[in-house]
Design a protein around this ligand. Structure first.
Ligand code: C2O
Ligand code: CU
Length: 489
């Protein structure tokens, strides 16, 4: 194991406008950690599982004594977890019973373009017709009304993916109100490892929110137009941390190893997760795109919006009766989640020194290079964010990328941006001209670029021709146009 700390780089930072809740907030660590239910197929055939999800409003008990209206997949926040096998196709019929258009994206999925959730390939609620989606006259999208079927081949290794809304200009408010969930892919290589399993494998979907006095979500939507009020262009951050939809929950554990699949589903908040008392560290076994080659030990875990870290925590280092709290060091050690170590128990799990067979790629020479500049933009009356000087325009493809060709992409920033590429994962080659950073190991699909940094990644698209996206995953930045189309050919 190598112990890392974030010495070399610019320190992570939090930007964004803090929204303070007006509702009375609960004491932390009273609510048990919920685990999102695993979605069951409605029908199964050779090689294909069929599912049906209803996007609907629901009134949930998130804060004590108050109701919060959410937009939820199956009315849940987070949505149900898909737990599927690599190589088996998942077909999901999404039914829109909301009063807003949606678009579902499988984040990290190796997905054909027609199912990738292009922001104008809308699913309209019943009774609404194509061409009118909120304020815009939408053009160029494949619009369906009532229901829409998404096909995910899952032709990729085991990994922690997630799905969420991707409607143009409205992703941030719609994800904030609940449209997100996990999609786990498993495979034989991973199953054979002696990792913690069953109820010792826990998803932790972390997201911050703020609540109005009546319990509803506070979100500063623009009054006349899409997206967020411009005051919030840095991002919306809230004062309540939800884990799996519950505020500062508590979870009872045995004094054994646990596997935690951590997703930062926040719109704009970064976390630096740490335990309030030792000796436990995080042993990272996987990243966005599945298992690492070998485990990496971290004292703290810096996680930007949309990133996933798959970690093992060994609670046998604590005594029964001990309480250990996950806190966010980027926010004055504010609370996230508490573990209560209940009892000793037997544990046959191990962390193998070699986790998977994937190769760390060397930096190739003589390949196609592209630069993507993420900046605040004031071009042509656009006040927002840009990529290569341009706000998102669904009619403009900023690059044509050949399949099966190695490319080196450089991400260049002004301020902090978590950069995400659809369709294929990448490997980080360098940060600020030096090696990979401590959190850059493995296959990534989202990489946090710190202020005034350049990060080089190696990417190769191996299948599916069509229109895909690169964008900032600070969702307010994304809605304020920090997104670009590219085409695979
Ligand atoms: Cu997580 Cu383009 O999205
Ligand atoms: Cu950004």
């Amino acid at each position: 194991l190598t112990l890392t700390s974030c010495g070399l780089e610019a320190s992570p930072s939090q930007s964004g406008e803090l929204l303070r809740s007006q509702a009375p907030l609960p004491e932390p660590f009273k609510v048990p950690l919920p685990i999102p239910p695993v979605k069951r197929p409605v029908r199964t055939e050779a090689g294909v599982d069929y599912y049906r999800v209803v996007q609907r409003k629901a009134s949930l008990d998130i804060l004590p004594g108050l109701k919060t209206e959410v937009l939820g997949y199956d009315g849940l926040l987070p949505g149900p977890t898909f737990d599927v096998r690599s190589g088996r196709t998942t077909v999901v019929e999404q039914v829109n019973q909301l009063d807003v258009p949606t678009a579902v994206h499988l984040h990290g999925g190796h997905t054909p373009a027609a199912s990738d959730g292009w922001p104008l390939d809308l699913l309209m609620p019943p009774g609404e017709h194509s061409g009118h989606a909120g304020h815009h006259t939408m053009t160029g999208g494949d619009v369906k009304t009532g229901s829409r079927t998404y096909t995910y081949p899952n032709t990729q290794r085991a990994a922690t993916l997630w799905y969420h809304d991707h409607r143009m200009d409205y992703t941030a408010p719609q994800v904030y109100r609940g449209l997100f969930g996990l999609h786990l892919i498993r495979d034989d290589e991973e199953d054979q490892l002696p990792l913690p399993k069953g109820d010792r494998e826990i998803p932790l979907i972390i997201a911050d929110r703020a609540f109005a006095a009546d319990g509803s979500f506070l979100y500063p939507a623009a009054k006349d137009g899409p997206g967020v009020e411009s005051k919030y262009m840095e991002g919306v951050i809230g004062d309540v941390t939800l884990v799996n939809g519950a505020p500062w929950p508590v979870h009872e554990v045995d004094a054994v190893r646990y596997r935690l699949r951590i997703l930062n589903a926040a719109n704009a908040r970064r976390y630096e997760l740490a335990f309030d008392k030792g000796p436990a560290n995080f042993v990272q076994i996987g990243s966005d795109g599945g298992l690492l080659d070998a485990p990496i030990e971290h004292e703290t875990l810096v996680i930007a919006p949309a990133e996933r870290f798959d970690v093992i925590v060994d609670f046998s280092q604590y005594q029964p009766g001990d309480e250990v709290t996950l806190v966010n060091k980027l926010d004055n050690n504010s609370n996230v989640l508490r573990f209560k170590v209940a009892r000793k128990a037997s544990d046959d799990s191990r962390i193998p020194a070699k986790l998977s067979s994937y190769a760390i790629l060397p930096k190739p020479s003589g390949v196609v290079r592209r630069e993507w500049r993420f900046r605040r933009g004031d071009a042509g009356g656009h006040k927002g964010w840009t990529i290569n000087g341009k706000p998102f325009d669904p009619e403009v493809m900023q690059a044509q990328v050949k399949l099966d060709q190695d490319e080196i992409w450089s991400f260049v920033t002004d301020v902090h941006h978590p950069v995400h590429v659809h369709l294929a994962p990448f490997q980080v080659l360098s940060r600020r001209g030096k090696g990979r950073g401590p959190y850059d190991a493995g296959w990534k699909d989202t990489v946090d670029i710190r202020p005034a940094e350049v990060v080089e990644v190696l990417v190769k698209f191996t299948a599916h021709k069509g229109k895909y996206l690169i964008h900032c995953h600070n969702l307010e930045h994304e809605d304020m146009a920090m997104m670009a189309g590219f085409e695979t050919i």
